[in-house]
Design a protein around this ligand. Structure first.
Ligand code: NDP
Ligand code: 8X3
Length: 253
C-alpha cells in the first residue's frame, strides 16, 4: 500500500485528506501540534478502514523536532509516496504598515520554513527510491496579492517559487511536484486568522458556498493518483462565487 505523510492533519484540508486517502487504502502519517486530535484520528481511522496510521506530534517551525521526529520513523514508514505540505496559517488581516511583527514571524516560520524543513527531511528518502510526489498547499493568495493580505500572500508566493524550484531540481530523480491553490475553504483557517473571533471568522464564509475541505482533498487525491508519467504542476480551484482573491459575489443574508 502507498504511504502519504500529511502535515497539519488535525483540522481542515489536512484532516479531510487523511480520511480520504485512508478510505482508499493508503497508509497515512498524520502530523500536527494537537496530540489529542492526532490520537483520536488515529483510533478513528483504524476503526473505519484497514489502513495503517501513524501520528507524529511536532511543530513544523521547530527545525530539530522536525528532523528528530521524521528520522524516528520506522524504516518502512520512510517509504513515503506522497508528502502533503499542508500545515499553514494566516495570522491577522491588516495593512502592512500596521502589521504585527509576531504574526509575520509565525506565518513565515510555518508556511515557508516549516515546509522547507519537512521537505528537506523527506526528499532524500524519495530520491533513494527514485520516486515520490510532493504536493504543496499554496493558495490563490500565492498568485495575486489582496488588500491586507501582504505577508500571508508573500508566504504563499514563496511556496509557489519553492514548488517550481523543487520541480526543476527533482526532475532528474523522477519525483513529481504539484501545487494546489485553493480560494476560500471553510475550515479553521479564518478562526485562526482572527485569533479565535468566531463571529468575524464565520462572516468570511457567509453569503455564498465556499469550498469545503473535502473538495480540496478530492483534488489532492486526483493529483496523487495520475499515471506515473503524468505530473499535474499546479491546480487552482475556487468556489463558483469567487473569481480571484478580490472579486467575490456574496448574497445578502
Ligand atoms: P486549518 O486551520 O483548518 O488547518 C491548519 C492545519 O495546520 C492544522 O492541522 C494545524 O494543526 C496545522 N498547523 C498550523 N501551524 C502548525 C505548526 N506550526 N506546526 C504543525 N502544524 C501546524 O486550515 P486549512 O485546512 O484551511 O489550511 C491548510 C492549508 O491550506 C494552509 O497551508 C493554508 O494556508 C492553505 N489554504 C487554506 C485556504 C482556506 O481558505 N482555508 C485557502 C488556500 C490555502 P495544529 O494546530 O494541530 O498544529
Ligand atoms: C487562503 C485563501 O484568499 O483567504 O489562502 O487568502 S485567502
Amino acid at each position: 500500500m502507498p504511504t502519504i505523510l500529511i502535515t497539519g492533519a488535525t483540522a481542515g484540508i489536512g484532516k479531510a485528506t487523511a480520511y480520504l486517502f485512508a478510505r482508499h487504502g493508503w497508509n497515512v502519517i498524520i502530523t500536527g501540534r494537537r496530540a489529542d486530535r492526532l490520537k483520536q484520528m488515529e483510533e478513528e481511522i483504524q476503526s473505519l478502514t484497514n489502513s495503517k496510521v501513524l501520528s507524529l506530534c511536532f511543530d513544523v517551525r521547530n527545525r530539530n523536532d522536525v528532523i528528530n521526529y521524521l528520522n524516528s520513523l520506522p524504516h518502512d514508514w520512510k517509504k513515503i509516496d506522497v508528502l502533503l505540505n499542508n500545515a499553514g496559517l494566516a495570522q491577522g488581516l491588516s495593512t502592512i504598515q500596521e502589521g504585527n511583527i509576531d504574526d509575520w514571524e509565525t506565518m513565515i516560520d510555518t508556511n515557508v520554513k516549516g515546509l522547507l524543513y519537512v521537505s528537506r527531511a523527506v526528499m532524500p528518502w524519495m530520491i533513494e527510491r527514485k520516486q515520490g510526489h510532493i504536493i504543496n498547499l499554496s493558495s490563490i493568495a500565492g498568485k495575486e496579492a489582496y488588500p491586507k493580505g501582504n505577508v500571508y500572500c508573500s508566504t504563499k508566493f514563496a511556496v509557489d517559487a519553492i514548488t517550481k524550484s523543487m520541480r526543476i531540481d527533482l526532475l532528474e530523480h523522477g519525483i513529481k511536484v504539484t501545487s494546489i491553490n485553493p480560494g476560500a475553504v471553510d475550515t479553521e483557517f479564518s478562526l485562526i486568522r482572527f485569533k479565535g473571533d468566531a463571529e468575524r471568522a464565520s462572516k468570511t464564509y457567509k453569503g455564498y458556498e465556499p469550498l469545503h475541505a473535502q473538495d480540496v482533498a478530492e483534488v489532492i487525491y486526483f493529483a496523487a493518483t495520475r499515471p506515473p508519467h503524468v505530473c499535474l504542476n499546479e491546480i487552482i480551484l475556487t468556489p463558483l462565487a469567487q473569481a480571484n482573491t478580490s472579486q467575490m459575489i456574496k448574497k445578502a443574508e
